[in-house]
Structures are given as C-alpha cells and as structure tokens.
Design a protein around this ligand. Structure first.
Ligand code: CJB
Length: 826
C-alpha cells in the first residue's frame, strides 16, 4: 500500500501537476495508488477488472498533463479548430493505443510483472468501445488520431451510445445479436462533465412576431427537451505530447421522474418520460449504408449536433466572441449526412438567438461547414419525410424551406426556364411523401463537398450530384481516405514494424511515405526470409487467438485468404463463397486432387444489419459451407473456412497482419473507398480486387504485377445493366458456374435441405443485383493467377514487400493534410 501522504500543491498553481515518473518504480507506485485509492482494493484482493481499471487510470495520468497543456495552448491561440461531427467513432481498445502514444509499453510490462501481474491478461480485459458500424466510424477514429499526431486543433463530436454495435453470435449457423454492454465493467477512459450539460429541445411550434422596427422574429416554442451530458475522451498524438479531445454526448432526462405519479404507485408511468428521453443515446443504429428512417435516429442526429454547436459557441469560444468571425475559428466537417441538421441549427442560432440578418447568417454558416459523402448507393443518401422533420424540428423545417427558396432562385437565375432542373435540385423531393434530401442540404450549405477516393469522387460529380457539380464545379474535391499507421501497422504488427524500423529507421510511423525506402529490400533474399518469418508468426498468433476465442483449429501452413468487412450484397461475399464452393467441387468431383491444390484457409468476418434479410442468409450459407468443408475428410485439409463471430477492431488487429490475400471484390462503382484494402496492403497482403473505390489507387501505386485485378469496370457494369442483365445467361453458358451454383443449391451444405440455400441461389439466378455471376469467370481466372503466384513463394514475398513499400500514401496523416489544404484552410 502506498503511504497516505500526497504532495501538497500550491493552490494558485496554473499548470497541471506533474505526471508520475517515467520509470518502472514510478509506474508501480501510481498503479498501486490507483488500485488502492481509486478502486478501493488491495492488490492481493483485486480482480482482473480492478487491475485493468487501475492500469488504465495509471496510463492516463501520464497523458493528462499533455491534455491539459494542449487545451491551455489551444485556448490561448486563435487557430482554427476542426469540429469533426460524426455519429460514429469505432475506436477500438484504448489501452494499447495509450501505451504506444506515451512510450510506456515496456515500463508497464515490467511494472505489472513486479506486481505479479500479466499485462497481456489485463489488456484482454478491455471491451472495445464499438461506437460505430464499420468503415465510416473507423475512418473517424483514424482521422482524430492523425489530427492529434499532426498537432492540429480538433474536437471530435459524437454520441456516447450506452450500447454500441451489437455483439454477433451464431446460433445454428445464423447470426443472433446480443446487446453490447461495453460500459458494464466500468469505463476508465472517460471524463463525465454533468455540470456542462446542454439542453436540447424538440417538437412544438413556432411563432412569428414583428418588432418595433418592423422586423420579423421567429421563436420556437418546443414541446419537450432533454439534457446532453458531455463525456470527454483523450485523443493522444503519437509521442508529441499533444492530446486532443473527443466529446461524446449522453442524453439525460430533464426530470428524473414524476414524484407525484411515483407516490401514487404507478412506477412505470413515473419514469416513462425519463426512459423516453434517455433512449436517445441508448444504442447505435446497427445499419451500415442503409439509413433507417426512424424518428429516434433523427433525434440522435439533432441531439448531438445541437449539443456540439452550443458547446462550441458558448463554452469553447472566448466570451463575447464576435460571431461574424466564426469561420475563422471553426470548420465543422460533416461525416456523411448524419450531422447535416447542423446547418439549419447554426442558422437558427445566428438568426433567432443572436439577432443576425438572414443573409449575413447564411454567409457565415456556409463557411462553417464542409461535407464528406461516403457512398454511391442511392439508398444510402438520407432523406427525412417533411412530416417527421416538421413535427420534431418545426423551426428547422422552416429554415430549410427558406434556404431552399433562396437556392432555387439562384438556380432559376443561372438556368432561366429550366423548370426540370429546379425540380431536380430542390432540397425537397416531391412525391407521395415529400422529403428533405440531406445530401443536397449539405452540398448547398457547405463550403466544400468531397468524396473519399478518386473514382467515387468522380462518380459523385457525374452521377450523384451532377447538377450541383455543374453549378459549382470548384466546390467539389476528392480526398482519398487513409488509415492510421500507428494502430494498424506499428501497434497491430510489432514484428513487421520492428523489421521496417531496422531497415529504414523509425520515422515512417509519422511519415509513411518513407516506406518507399523498403523497395530495394524486396530484392534482398535475407530480408525476404525475415519478412516471411514475420508473416508466419502473425498467422500463428492469429490461429492461437482463434483457438482461444472461437475454438477454431486451423492448419499452420496454408494461404490465408481473408474477407473481413460488413456483410453487404454489393461487397459480394457471395462471390467469395462461390469461389470456395467451386474449389470444393474441383476436389470432390476428382478434377483436382488435394495434393495438387494450393491449400487455402478462408477467413471471414462480417456483421449483417439485423433487419437485412439477404445479408443474414449469406452469413448462414458461409457458415454452412464452412462447416461441411471443414468436416470433409476426403479433401485432406486442402481447404478450411473460419468465420469467427463478432469481427471488430480488436480482432482486425490480429487478422490484418496475418493475411496473404486481401479480398476487395465489390461490384465496380459501389464501394466508395474501402479502408480495409489499405490496411491489408500496408501489412503485406496482396489484393485480389475489382476496379473499385480505393482499389484503383492501390493498384496504380503497387503496380499491376503486384495486384490481382478482375471484373467489370464501372462503365461496363452500367452498360450491362442498361442492356438488360440476365444472370441466367451466365449460368447457362458457363459450365463451372452451373456446377458451382447447383452444388450450393443442392442441400449438401444444409443438412440435405435444398430449400435452405434457395433464398440466395434463387436471388442470384433471377436478380443478382450486384452481378456476381457476371464477374464469376473473371474472378476464378484471377484466383488461378493467385495460385500460380503463391506457388513461387519468393516472388510472392517480393510483391508483398512492394505492397508495403508503395502504400505509404494511404496514411490518414496524408488524408488530414489534404483536408487542411483543400477544405479546412482552403
Ligand atoms: N460507409 O461505413 C460506411 N457507412 C455508410 O453509411 C456509408 C459509407 C463506408 O465509409 C468508408 C469510409 O469512407 C468507405 O471506405 C466505405 O467504402 C464506405 O462503404
């Protein structure tokens, strides 16, 4: 037990107290202090959870000084702040990241050993905050990491969901969802600030009056409100002492319960309004790309945006700040359409609450927002029924109407007599149910619009928002996504990281283009051998993990062929499945003997939105096919399939470094960017992929020889659709495809019940919306090229090294610099 004396500080001291000494002894002492005084237990009586919580708090002590110092520095300066508005942050575990940022890894390891504890065990105790669905949420997490590392002032704003993305389990091969109670064992990484609560109103009506000067003033008289409580999280930069803030909002009822009703004995009724209000931040919508038109989702969006704007204007800006200069101090980046309601909210603040004239407020507002579009799927562009928006946010709807009226006047002026264009460009979609097109509002109300990879940005201009890009060509730009090299290479792949550092020195971690320096090593036999040994060690680490986590037994030596991402038809896990079935067919029909086949282990990881029927059927069939193949002794282990449940960031950190082959096989023109594709290439997997999303740029950088391209291009796919795509025709004309689909539909994978595979098989034969059958032949041919390449392990390793060396472009540090140049400081 640490002694009771605490150093007494001068109460007028302005700076933070010093962190514990950066030594094993200093760490041990701080840890025991946290355990004793924070958790209230003795080491000898403590649970693993106590130890983890104390450890997390200890590491934080080292970060807090930098955080307070960064905050003070930011407040003194007048640099523009990036207000990143995102409904999702898929952060992954915090402890490892904090240890890495503070260089405390070895000290913590030794300190725990001295306490008789195992750091790895404590690490494993952390439940990752799964406050996002997939790519979009993970991108936000990479971006805030990079901004802190670049020492750029940023506040990440979002929602502190009480339950994050559901935990996936499999029951009889089908997905079942379990709530993700990530907070249940305590949450050491957050700092709640209930005293900084913000009141957010909803519903009601508006009233317009005329003041003495004859000016109209509108007041919103809401019907109900909730409180937003901010929780602060530290976002440490990489070893630069700079620590930014993530501010996530939690909803709380304005009144805990109705005492009178409670006293009358109706307990359920007494807490009804509390439950209603607090539902707002209860759970993350488990939708990816397909917005659910749920009232609660709109409430969530307005809730966190209103809290964030209020927080910035009232609490972050200096008192009496002249709001005409707002664009000098803030740019709110809209991470997809989810926070777009912020545009009318800022107009409401400026016009209704601060007394600005409309035009001046509009000029300010437009400078304060920029919009990133992450999709090409029309169904993923959010629209809100006018009726719903008007009921929930009546004043905002009026503001949107006025924005639209003014904008359409501009269109009429630019294109006289073109009524059709006016209709097309209106924020309000007419029809049986009038609706507000949030992407249009974002484009009109923002200073810049960007896509997330070259191809998608081009298609965004040409197909999704063509009228807008014609009207304002300069508003549109591309910023190709990136991933943080800290988490996804340095931390997730320590062996490769060490190998790289030995070759080219350590500064690649914050300057990823330096990986170019590895190119000559691709021709160095000794280096290739080391590289292969790293890959093999990473595979074995993954297999150990899958054995412990999922009870899976996988062969040590096989090509590791990986497809991990959300389950979506456009991503075409089905095409991967057809490939596996076709190889199985080769084996059981005797066309190929197991000894002649390149052994492969297929790893899937994918969650399906709970309401997405076809996606869940696909999961069921992957599991059924996998089970059948794994149990079939005839094929002598030539193929095996692993589908660990609940793929998340933590598992990704083990999967990505182990992969040989990265499957990026979406139908061209559908995947906006992909970021998994970048993580795999950076960790030395070769990609088999279509000409889609950021694959295009990956291929251009790594070179055709180091990438397996297949499939229709976007214009070809469009042409095929225009000509009347008939999947049956492909089925009839390609014998291998016919055998494969027939085998999949035969019932041999589903306990003899052919009807169990019918939903997917029939869908492919009769509809196949993402043209898996059209690309099947080309995909199989590319997989044959993969086999050939893999047989020459030296050449394969050479390609793998070149993938690492040439993908430094995909650092999110570079993405952030691009945003600074083209959007935020442009
Ligand atoms: N994306 O994860 C989502 N959710 C959406 O609702 C829309 C798009 C993904 O965003 C990633 C980050 O930009 C992209 O890499 C990915 O292609 C896209 O599907």
């Amino acid at each position: 037990v640490v002694g009771p004396t605490m150093p007494v500080r001068n109460p007028v001291a302005q700076g933070p107290v010093n962190p514990p000494a950066h030594t094993v002894d200093g760490f041990v002492e701080a840890f025991l202090r946290e355990l004793n005084f924070g958790q209230g237990v003795l080491l000898s009586r403590s649970t693993v959870n106590d130890q983890y919580l104390a450890l997390a708090r200890t590491v934080q002590q080292y970060l807090v000084a930098g955080w307070l110092e960064t905050g003070a520095r930011r407040r003194q300066g007048d640099r523009k702040i990036i207000g990143y508005l995102s409904a999702e942050y898929l952060l992954g575990r915090q402890l490892d990241n904090a240890l890495m940022a503070t260089t405390l890894g070895e000290i913590a390891e030794e300190a725990m050993t001295q306490c008789g504890l195992d750091l790895a065990r404590l690490r494993a105790q952390e439940i990752e905050p799964g406050l996002g669905n997939g790519g979009l949420g993970r991108l936000a997490a990479c971006f805030v990491d990079s901004l802190a590392t670049l020492d750029v002032p940023c506040i990440g704003y979002g929602i502190r969901y009480e339950y994050g993305i559901f935990r996936q389990t499999f029951v009889d091969d089908r997905q079942a969802e379990v709530p993700d109670s990530w907070l249940s064992l305590g949450s050491p990484w957050e700092f709640p600030h209930p005293e900084r609560q913000v009141r957010v109103a909803f519903g009601g009506r508006t009233e317009t009056t005329t003041d003495e000067q004859g000016r109209e003033r509108t007041t919103w008289i809401p019907a109900w409100d909730v409180l937003g409580i901010p929780y602060h999280y530290m976002v440490p930069g990489y070893r630069n002492g700079s620590v930014n803030t993530l501010r996530l909002w939690s909803a709380k009822a304005t009144q805990a319960f109705d005492l009178q009703i409670f006293n009358s004995g109706d307990y359920a009724e007494a807490v009804r309004s509390q439950t209603f209000a607090e539902n707002i931040s209860k759970v993350l919508y488990p939708e990816d790309s397909t917005p659910q038109g749920k009232e609660l989702r709109l409430q969530q969006q307005y809730f966190f945006v209103a809290c964030s704007l209020h927080d910035f204007i009232e609490n972050t800006l200096p008192r009496d700040f002249d709001l005409r200069r707002l664009p000098e101090r803030i740019i709110f980046q809209l991470n997809d359409t989810h926070p777009v309601i912020g545009i009318p909210e800022l107009m409401r603040i400026l016009v209704d609450l601060k007394g600005f004239e409309w035009d001046e407020a509009w000029d300010i507002t437009r400078e304060c927002f920029a919009y990133t579009c992450h999709t090409l799927l029309p169904e993923a562009l959010e629209v809100w029924p006018v009726e719903l928006l008007g009921r929930l946010l009546p004043r905002h709807l009026e503001i949107i109407y006025r924005i639209n009226d003014n904008f359409l006047d501009e269109v009429r002026e630019a294109y006289p007599g073109d009524a059709d264009r006016v209709r097309r460009m209106s924020i309000i979609a007419e029809g049986p149910q009038r609706a507000v097109r949030m992407a249009y509002l974002a484009t009109i109300g923002g200073s810049r619009v960007n896509g997330v990879a070259e191809l998608q940005s081009q298609l965004l201009r040409e197909k999704v928002l063509p009228d807008f890009s014609e009207l304002w060509p300069d508003k549109f730009t591309n910023i190709t996504n990136g991933v943080t090299p800290r988490r996804f290479l340095h931390q997730a792949n320590p062996l490769l990281s060490t190998l790289i550092t030995e070759a080219i020195g350590p500064s690649w971690v914050t300057d990823l283009e330096q990986l170019r320096g590895l190119e000559p090593y691709a021709d160095d036999a000794g280096f290739r051998e080391q590289f292969q040994a790293v890959k093999q060690a990473n595979k074995e680490r993954l297999y150990r993990e899958l054995r412990a986590r999922d009870g899976l037994e996988l062969p040590r030596h096989a090509m590791l062929d990986v497809m991990v991402k959300r389950l979506h038809e456009y991503k075409r896990q089905t095409l991967k499945l057809l490939h596996i079935v076709s190889l199985y067919d080769d084996l059981i029909s005797g066309d190929v003997s197991p000894a002649d086949m390149v052994s492969r282990t297929f790893v899937f990881g994918a969650k399906a939105a709970p309401g997405y029927y076809m996606a869940k059927e696909i999961i069921y069939l992957i599991n059924s096919v996998g089970r059948t193949i794994n149990e079939d002794k005839r094929i002598e282990g030539a193929l095996s399939v692993a589908f660990p449940a609940n793929y998340n960031v933590t598992l990704a950190e083990k999967v990505v470094p182990a992969a040989d082959l990265s499957e990026q096989i979406s139908l061209a023109g559908k995947e906006a960017s992909g970021t998994g594709n970048m993580k795999f290439a950076l960790n030395g997997a070769l990609t088999i992929g279509t000409d889609d999303g950021a694959n295009v740029e990956i291929r251009a950088l790594v070179g055709d020889d180091n990438f397996f391209l297949f499939g229709l291009t976007e214009p070809e796919a469009e042409q095929l659709r225009a000509d009347g795509y008939d999947p049956k025709a492909f089925y009839r004309s390609d014998e291998k495809l016919r055998r494969t689909l027939d085998l999949l539909g035969s019932g041999i994978f589903t306990g003899g019940d052919a009807s169990a595979s019918a939903p997917l098989v029939q869908n492919l034969l009769h509809d196949d919306p993402f043209m898996a059958l059209a690309d099947f032949r080309s995909y199989l041919d590319a997989q044959t090229r993969v086999d050939e390449a893999y047989r020459d392990s030296d050449a394969w390793t050479r390609s793998a090294i070149l993938n690492v060396a040439r993908t430094g472009f995909f650092s999110s540090d570079r993405s952030m610099r691009d945003y600074l140049d083209r959007v935020w400081l442009a």
